[in-house]
Design a protein around this ligand. Structure first.
Ligand SMILES: Nc1ncnc2c1ncn2[C@@H]1O[C@H](COP(=O)(O)OP(=O)(O)O)[C@@H](O)[C@H]1O
Ligand SMILES: [Mg+2]
Length: 407
């Protein structure tokens, strides 16, 4: 009752700018977005628009991994059904949820649009879900687009000028909005106005055009890439962190209920513990384990069934996957624990630097296996232990990085 849920009218379904698709998977799939970059989950941040194909490839490679936090085609369909629709159903991220509910309730009471909101964090943690929840709680329609789809100011102007009063505009991968459109975004966010430039050269005139008050929700996996003037225009900023196993347990049980999977408590705990702190992965592992349970067992997901299935998919006890292990192994075995630069590390594992940085590193850092320093990436003693190697002596040969940090 304390959430704005009770007060909000029914939200209209989301509309997807630039494509006829419903649901968040339309983000990044507008006509103008680079090919193969449809995930909308940020593996391609920071690159010029022209490198879209390249980014798509690396995202594809990651999608083959059962614990990739990036969404594959399967996920896109299923996620629509599993996505919490209201704030009260959203599991975990307690502080963000509470702050958000205050912002939304305050705006509803005043009858004004809430501040623009920026949601950042690694892929698969609920950024798109939150954007949809914001619109639902406000009882307003949701317009979905993505940074790569906004290449020119005109792309943005055509979206902005058709917003209805109070509409929520979601820009996924907002760090990839092209420069010329960025300026327009500033003015729109601040004054609900855009300047449409007619003509070229000295004869060009700017015609101010009023737009309806709206709320911009931006999502990014790479908050650090946002220019300061853009970041400053968000009145509310939330950072999503990896989930605790207990929270993932709740999510997996909820999903099992929705999908009709017979899931025992110990099976749920097993999946939750190996989900890399990521709801998207938890939901995917649940589906893989269910397949296994139906084909190789009696359909009931117990701890034993979950363990057997996850071993088959090479997900280890900590949820680390092949890329995570490759990064750790290269860092320790090839570079003596570092420090080593991101791009060198990425080449060593045959991945885009982008993918290593956005997909693998946040979790390795969070698990205490690796740290980022100004001089490069450094393995912690826990990394050696994880790989079953003897932790080198502080300052010992071949391990200068760990030596200076831990000696
Ligand atoms: N807090 C949560 N509670 C329950 N399910 C969640 C939560 N966060 C994410 N999910 C699930 O994980 C999936 C991925 O979330 P999504 O919002 O698409 O992540 P992101 O946009 O950050 O990559 C969603 O479809 C949803 O089913
Ligand atoms: Mg998303």
């Amino acid at each position: 009752m304390t959430s704005p849920a009770g007060q909000a009218a029914q939200a209209a379904g989301p509309s997807v700018t630039g494509s006829g698709r419903q649901g968040d998977r339309g983000a990044g799939q507008s006509a103008t977005s680079p090919p193969g970059d449809g995930d909308g989950d940020g593996a391609g941040g920071g690159l010029p628009a022209g490198t879209g194909a390249q980014v798509g490839q690396s995202a594809q490679a990651s999608e083959e991994r059962v614990v990739s936090p990036l969404a594959d085609a399967d996920d896109r369909v299923i996620e629509g059904a599993l996505r919490p629709k209201r704030l009260a159903e959203f599991v975990g991220q307690g502080r963000v949820r509470e702050q958000l509910s205050l912002v939304l309730e305050g705006a509803l009471r005043r009858g004004r649009v809430p501040d623009h909101m920026l949601i950042s964090g690694p892929p698969g943690l609920g950024k798109t879900t939150i954007a949809m929840i914001i619109a639902a709680e406000l009882g307003k329609p949701l317009r979905i687009t993505s940074g790569p789809a906004i290449e020119r100011a005109g792309d943005l102007a055509s979206v902005l000028s058709t917003l209805s009063d109070g509409e929520v505009m979601f820009i996924d991968e907002i760090h990839r909005v092209a420069r010329p459109a960025e300026e327009m975004l500033y003015l729109a966010m601040e004054d609900f106005r855009v300047d449409v430039v007619i003509g070229k050269g000295p004869g060009a005139t700017a015609i101010p055009l009023e737009i309806a008050p709206f709320t911009l929700v931006g999502a990014t996996t790479r908050a650090g890439l946002l220019p300061a003037p853009l970041r400053d225009r968000f009145g509310f900023t939330a950072y999503l962190d990896f989930y605790e196993p207990a929270e993932l347990g709740v999510i997996v049980r909820r999903s099992a209920g929705l999908l009709g999977v017979a899931l025992r408590d110990d099976g749920a705990d097993e999946i939750a513990g190996r989900s890399r702190g990521t709801p998207r992965i938890a939901n995917r592992l649940l589906r893989r384990v269910r397949d296994f349970a139906e084909v190789r067992a009696d359909g009931v997901v117990t701890r034993q069934v979950a363990r057997a299935a996850l071993e088959l998919y090479e997900v280890d006890d900590n949820g680390l996957d092949r890329l995570d292990r490759a990064v750790l192994s290269a860092l320790v075995r090839r570079f003596g624990g570092g420090p080593v630069g991101l791009s060198t590390l990425a080449v060593a594992v045959g991945e885009e630097a982008e993918t290593v940085e956005v997909v693998a590193e946040p979790f390795l850092v969070r698990e205490g296996l690796m740290i980022r320093t100004p001089r490069g990436r450094v393995a912690t003693p826990a990394a050696w232990e994880y790989l079953g190697l003897a932790v080198p002596e502080p300052g010992g040969a071949g391990n200068p990085g760990a030596g200076t940090l831990f000696g």
